[in-house]
Write a protein that binds this ligand. Structure first.
Ligand code: BES
Ligand code: MN
Ligand code: MN
Length: 464
C-alpha cells in the first residue's frame, strides 16, 4: 500500500521535517513591515526551492506588485498534474507572519524556534508556516512512496500577504483563475476545537479593516496655552468610538445587522454538544475577570456567527516616557469589524463610514478609510472531499470529526468558493492555546506529525 509507505516515510523523516520547518521559521517574513520585504521574499524562495526538490513541477514565484498594489509579496506556485482522471486538489497556505511584538513577553526569541514540552515555539509556528509545511511534507512523502507519482493532481498556492489582507492573491484568483483550476481547495490554517479532537472548520468571518483619522488644529499646540479653545483629535476619536458599540457589545451602526444570517438550528444544536467550558475559556484562554459581548448568545455564537467591532491601536500624539503637554494636531484609530454571512464588505463599510462621519465632533475633520477587506464564508459539507477528510482524520485520531466555524478570517477562502467555484476543506491542526498573533506562539509537535499523516491520507483518499 502506497499510503502505508508514505506514512512510514513521514514517520522515519520526522526529525528532518522539523529541522526544515525551523529553518523556515528563522526567516522573519513579517508581511506588514516594509523593512522585512527581503525576508518575506526569502521565505517564498525557501518554499519554492523545497517544492522543486520534492518533484513538484512548474514551480515559480508569481509577483503581485502592481500600480494599485505596490510592494505586494510574491505567491509561490507549483503543480503536479499527471494523475489522469483523478481530481485536482489546490493546496493553500501562507508563508507570511504577524509581527512578533511585544518582544519582551517571549520566553524564547520569536525567530529562534525552540522546543519545549512537546511544542515548537516561534512566530509562525502554527500560523501558518508549520501548517503549510505539513502540506509540503505530505506531498514529499507521497512522491517518494509513489516513485515520483502522486495519487491525485495537485496545485500548490502559497501567499505572503494573508496577514495583511491577501490583496495580491485575490486579484490573481480574479484575473487568472484558470491557472488554479481544481476540484477542491485544501486549507490548513485553522484550529482543532480541543486537543485530540479532529476538526473541520466550515465557516470564517469576513472583515473590514479601517482607519479613522481625526484632524484638529493646523499643528501641535501647547495644551496650556490653547487647552479650552482648540479641538483635541484624541478626545474626538474617543467620542466617536464610544458611539460605535454599546456596553453589551451591540454595534450601533444603523443597519449593520440587516444581512446577518442566524446559524441554522442544526448548527446551534451541534455547537451546544461541543465540549466547551466557558469558565475554563475565560480563565485560561482569555484571562480576564469576565467575558463581554451580546447578551443571551453563547460564546461560540458570538465569536463564530455574529459581527464584532474592535479597536487595535490609536497612533499619534505623545507616547514617549513621562509627560508632554501637547494637543496633537491629528490622531488615528485603527478599527476593524468582523463580518458574517450574508454581510458584504462594501455595504458594511459604506454604513460604517456614513455613521462615523455623522458623528464628526465640532472642530474636527474625519477621514475614514478602508485598509483591506474580505468576505465571510460558510462552506458546504455535502461533498466527497469532506468525507475523505473525516475518513483520513478518523484513521489518525480514532475519533469522529467535529464541525466548527472560526472567528478569524482567511480572505481568499471566499474567493475560492465564489471565483473558482470549488468547495474548500479547512483541515487545521492548531490548538486553542497556540497563541496565534500573540507572544509565545507555538505548534504542538504531535499535531504537526498527525497533520502530515492526515493530509497524506486525505490526498490518497481523494485519489482512490
Ligand atoms: N489563520 C488565521 C485565521 C484563523 C485563525 C481562522 C483561527 C480560524 C481560526 C489567519 O492567519 C489570520 O490571522 N487572518 C487574519 C486575516 C486578516 C488580517 C484579513 C485575521 O483573522 O485577523
Ligand atoms: Mn493563518
Ligand atoms: Mn494569522
Amino acid at each position: 500500500m502506497k499510503v502505508t509507505a508514505a506514512v512510514g516515510f513521514a514517520q522515519e523523516n520526522k526529525g528532518r521535517f522539523l529541522e526544515e520547518l525551523k529553518a523556515l521559521l528563522r526567516i522573519p517574513s513579517i508581511s506588514t513591515d516594509p523593512e522585512r520585504a527581503g525576508d518575506v521574499r526569502r521565505a517564498a524562495e525557501f518554499v519554492a526551492a523545497e517544492l522543486k526538490r520534492i518533484g513538484m513541477e512548474n514551480v515559480r514565484l508569481i509577483e503581485t506588485s502592481t500600480a494599485k498594489h505596490p510592494g505586494g509579496h510574491p505567491l509561490v506556485y507549483a503543480d503536479w498534474l499527471h494523475a489522469e482522471g483523478k481530481p485536482t486538489v489546490l493546496c493553500y497556505g501562507h508563508y507570511d507572519v504577524q509581527p512578533a511584538e511585544p518582544l519582551e513577553e517571549w520566553k524564547s526569541p520569536p525567530f529562534e524556534p525552540t522546543e519545549r514540552d512537546g511544542n515548537l515555539y516561534a512566530r509562525g509556528a502554527v500560523d501558518d508556516k508549520g501548517q503549510m509545511w505539513m502540506h509540503v511534507k505530505a506531498l514529499e512523502s507521497l512522491m517518494v512512496a509513489g516513485d515520483g507519482k502522486l495519487p491525485v493532481n495537485v496545485r500548490v498556492i502559497v501567499e505572503g500577504e494573508e496577514e495583511v489582507g491577501g490583496e495580491g492573491i485575490a486579484s490573481f484568483v480574479r484575473t487568472h483563475g484558470e491557472q488554479l483550476k481544481a476540484d477542491v481547495a485544501l486549507v490548513s490554517d485553522t484550529e482543532m476545537f480541543a486537543p485530540e479532537l479532529p476538526t473541520l472548520c466550515v465557516g470564517l468571518r469576513g472583515m473590514i479593516y479601517t482607519e479613522i483619522e481625526a484632524r484638529g488644529a493646523r499643528t501641535d499646540l501647547h495644551s496650556g496655552m490653547y487647552g479650552g479653545a482648540a479641538p483635541n483629535p484624541f478626545v474626538a476619536l474617543a467620542h466617536v468610538i464610544a458611539k460605535l458599540k454599546d456596553a453589551d457589545g451591540k454595534i450601533l451602526i444603523p443597519g449593520f445587522y440587516d444581512k446577518v444570517e442566524k446559524p441554522t438550528a442544526a448548527e446551534l444544536k451541534a455547537w451546544k454538544a461541543l465540549p466547551f467550558d466557558e469558565e475554563h475559556y475565560r480563565e485560561t484562554e482569555v484571562g480576564s475577570v469576565s467575558l463581554t459581548g451580546e447578551l443571551g448568545l453563547s460564546v461560540l455564537e458570538r465569536t463564530w456567527a455574529r459581527p464584532t467591532l474592535d479597536v487595535h491601536g490609536m497612533p499619534g500624539g505623545f507616547i514617549g516616557a513621562g509627560a508632554k503637554t501637547v494637543i496633537p494636531a491629528k490622531a488615528v484609530a485603527k478599527v476593524s469589524m468582523r463580518l458574517v454571512p450574508d454581510m458584504t464588505p462594501a455595504e458594511s463599510f459604506a454604513k460604517y463610514k456614513a455613521y462615523v462621519e455623522s458623528l464628526t465632533p465640532k472642530g474636527i475633520a474625519l477621514d475614514v478609510r478602508l485598509i483591506h477587506s474580505g468576505d465571510p464564508i460558510v462552506v458546504s459539507t455535502d461533498n466527497p472531499y469532506v468525507k475523505a477528510a473525516t475518513d483520513a482524520m478518523h484513521t489518525v485520531f480514532g475519533k469522529e470529526t467535529v464541525f466548527v466555524r472560526g472567528g478569524g478570517s482567511i480572505p481568499i477562502v471566499g474567493d475560492f468558493v465564489r471565483e473558482l467555484k470549488i468547495p474548500t476543506v479547512m483541515m487545521g491542526f492548531g490548538l486553542p492555546d497556540d497563541n496565534l498573533h500573540a507572544p509565545n506562539e507555538k505548534f504542538h509537535l504531535a499535531n504537526f506529525h498527525r497533520g502530515i499523516e492526515s493530509i497524506v491520507r486525505f490526498l490518497s483518499g481523494v485519489g482512490a
